[in-house]
Structure formats: C-alpha cells, structure tokens
Design a protein around this ligand. Sequence first.
Ligand code: PEP
Ligand code: MG
Length: 579
Amino acid sequence: MSKRISGIAASDGIGIAKAYRLVNPDLSFDKKSITDVNAEIQRLGQAMSDSKADLQVIRDKAAETLGESEAEVFDAHMAILADPEMISQIDELIKSQKINAEEALTEITDQFITIFEGMTDNKYMQERAADVKDVTKRVLSHLLGKLLPNPALINEPVIVIAHDLTPSDTAQMDTNYVQGFLTDLGGRTSHSAIMSRTLEIPAVVGSEQATQAVKNGDSVVLNGLDGFAVVSPSANEVKQFQEQAVQYAAEKSEWRKLRDAESISKDGKHFEVAANIGTPDDIKAVTDAGAEAVGLFRTEFLYMNSDKLPSEDEQFNAYKQVAEAMKGKPVVIRTMDIGGDKHLSYLPLPEEMNPFLGYRAIRISLDRQAIFRTQLRALIRASKYGEIRIMFPMIATLVEFRAAKKVFTEEKNKLAAEGVPFADDIKLGMMVEIPASAVFADQFAKEVDFFSIGTNDLIQYTFAADRGNEHVSYLYQPYNPALLRLIKNVVTAAHREGKIAAMCGEMAGDKIAVPLLMGMGLDEYSMSATSILRVRSQMKKIDTTDWTKVVDEAINTCQTHEEVKELVEKHLQPSQTIE
Ligand code: PEP
Ligand code: MG
C-alpha cells in the first residue's frame, strides 16, 4: 500500500529513488556478564577496525568536498581509535569484570569525556570530549550491528530521509546521487530548504513524520513542487511522477533559452533578476543562469566554513573573486549575519532564550568592531574589482545604520591614507527584515542607497512565528495583506527618494508574489540561482499596469492570505501560470 506524506514544498523538482535514512539508530544496550573474555576483546577489536575503515572513507570524502583542514577532525577520530592507553583500559575492564564490550567501552570513554570536559581553561581539550563521544558512538554501532548512516558512502540514487539536514551532512554526500530530501523539520526558509534549492535537489521539509514513516530501502517518489512524497508508490503513481518529471525537465529547458535575455515585463518595464549566494563556489550556477546581479552574498558562510575568523586577505580574495566573475554587474555583499540559527564554534555567543530576537548580525558587528572592521576593509579593497555594494543586516533603527556607516567611513579613510585603491562611490544599503524599519522606510530612504527586503525574517518578525518551526509554518504568509502593505511602504519610500528597492528573501522567487511585487514596482528580485529563469519567464507574461490594480485590491479589499492567493490565481491567465 502506498502512503502519502505531506510537507512543505522547499525545492522544485521530482525525485524517484530508494530511501536512504540519515537518522541515528538507537544505541542503547544492557550491561551483560560474559564468559569468553578473549572472544569479547576480539569483538571489540573488530568493531574498532570497522570504525577506522568508515572514518578513512569519510575523511577522504570530506577532504575532497570540504578541503584538507575540515577533514582533519576525522584524523583526530582515528587517532582516538589507535590510543593504546584507552584500548588497554577497556580490554582490562572486560578481563577483570567479565562484562560485555559495549559496557566496558562506555565506562572507559565516559571517564575520558568527564576529564576532558572538566578542563574548563583548555578549550582544545574540551573539544576532544566531543570527538571521544563521536568515536564511541561509531564503535558502539558496530558492536550492536546498528550502523550509523554514512552519507559519504552513498553511491547510488537515493532520496535522503532525515530529521533535519545540516551543511555538514550535505557536504559529506555526493549530491549527484541525491534525488531528493524529505525531512521532519524545517520551513520554506529554513537553511536546509535554502541549501536544497542551491544544490538544485527537490525537497519536501517539515513533514513531521518522514523518519517515522519511511524505512531504509523503501521506494519513494517526491514532489518538491507541491510538497509531498509517496512511499511504496503503485506502478501507476510511479508512472505519473515520471511523466511530471519529464514535463518539468521540458519546462526547464524552455527557460534555459532566456539565459541571455533581459528581464522585461509584457508592457516593456525592466527589472533585475539576481541571485543569492553563500560562497564564491556558488557563482558558477549564477552566471550559468544569466543573473543580472548578485543581490545577496550571505558572507556568514565564509565564517561558518572556517575554524577561525577569516582574515582580511581571505575575505578580500573571496569578494574579489565574486566581483570579477560578475564582470561589472552589481554584487551586493551583506556583512556577517551570525546569531539566530547560525553559529560559529570559535566565537561562543551567550546562551539566549530567544536567539532570533537576540545578539545577532549588525548587533554583533557594532559591538565587536574588530571583526566588523576587518570585513569592511576587505570589502572596500575588493570594490576595485567590480561593482561591489555593501549591505547591513537586521537594521532596526536609524542610529544603527548611522553607526555602521560611520565605521565604514572610518575604515575607508584609513585605507585612503594608506594609499590603498578602492572604488569611488561604494553604495551602502540595508536589509529590511524588521517591521520597525519597514514602517519607518521613508526616513531610512533619505540615508541609504538601497533597500533589500529580507522577507524570510520580515515575515517571521511580522507574524511572530519562528521561520524554522513547522508547528507555526502556517504563519509564513507572504501574501497576507498586512505584509504586502509593509512591502509596498518600503518600495514607495525608496522611489520617493530615487533609491532602489530590492528583495532577497525567498518571496522574491515566489510565483504568486512576483506579479504583485512587479505591480508595486519592486526593482530587483534576488533568489536561489535555480529560480532565476523561471521568474524571468514569468515576468515576460505580466502587464504591470494591470497588476498595479490587483495590488490595490489585494491590499485594500482582501482580508486574508488565502483571499490574496485566490485573487492572484484568478488574474494569472492559464498562459501565465507557471506550474
Ligand atoms: C531574509 O531574512 O529574508 C534573508 C534574505 O536573510 P537570511 O535568510 O539569510 O536570514
Ligand atoms: Mg534575514
């Protein structure tokens, strides 16, 4: 019997493959007495050498995808497995107490973990505690015959089933084999969803039941366009999905013809369709898709993919590389947005009750100015190599924007005094992610060069609904008239001062939202590279004068998110509907 699992459509496309569970097994066990001590010690030795073999494969894969320095953590894990002191203590315990290897292993490694964790003045040794825990888990899994998932070992087409996905999970996989992601947690703007769009892998997130309902090897079909999956599908269902996959591929190849076209509405208005990136490695997909700009470079990924604060030169090289690759097209680089759900192991932040409302982004930058100044210097220096624009995240007040601008000006003056060349007129903008700044846009517009509306956060703060929490995902309401009013206020305020209004939240690539945003006159739409051609194709079919009227109706007559959605669907002629 086939079983349908519904979730949130997070990344377009159709996937058909066997399930691969990226889920940790239950490793609980009972303490037992044993009689054959030598056999037990041998069983432990075998589990250790199997673990070492796993780690070698994972290490090689990590070196290939993440680089040598990231792979070193697995060397540390292998070194633990070879530690003669620890091994002899475990063997001794098996001999003296006649207990099973699982028990002896955990008793001894627990002692090591307690000692390491107690070294509060030695951060390096404290981190080794986590390594010992990891290694213990791996050896236990071999002893119990319940293998840990090893995404690095995926070597056939699979749909990955997970509770949630982290960047390090995906970094270990050969994503060429991954046909889809199906997760329990997450919303459309959670980072797992954004990551699957960047990787162009169909995804359904926030299903709440994927890891309960799907077993390893089950056959699964997944529809990332409409947000559902079917487990053990019938032959008929597989056929339907195959047809949809063919149709989707045909649409994609139609869109590809627009790679070098401009983004123009039916009535001849020019817009800019831009891309969001996280690292310079993403830039190829951006130029392949014919983006007119990079509308958001989330620089925190440079910090997250490193084990220390990236130096001025490392950052300079990354920014320069992107500026050069875009060949004079605008590149909007956002200063670091750490905090909220993005953490740095080497920059411990205070524990917070509400991290999304806490110490985050520009709040950290203005407080820890050395980090901010290093980043600004790298950005200013890189401005010589293209059209770099700088954007500050999470601006809530004019005072914050002015303070950030002041630090920027100070660093610019210092570099000028040092004789370092940079572009004359670097534009400074801000993200509009906080309702206060959207409401006060008329005043901000006098001082900024551009706005970029970050709807992922603006929606979470407007409706007070955590963007990663599937229980409140119904409040992710990009078409709600209350939100549309805020957005229109920002666009109008920008234009009154002759400034650019952009959007870089996921809403900018949403097929229902795009015609409304065009009707409001939003200038730039920045999105995952994979959405660019679809949006450009949709724009060609939109008459902005008609849609200005639809916007009026949506904002002044409609009362709910659903009513606006229906209104837009009614106005999208069949020929304009993008499925
Ligand atoms: C946003 O909030 O819409 C945004 C683009 O920033 P991020 O998703 O990185 O928070
Ligand atoms: Mg944001």
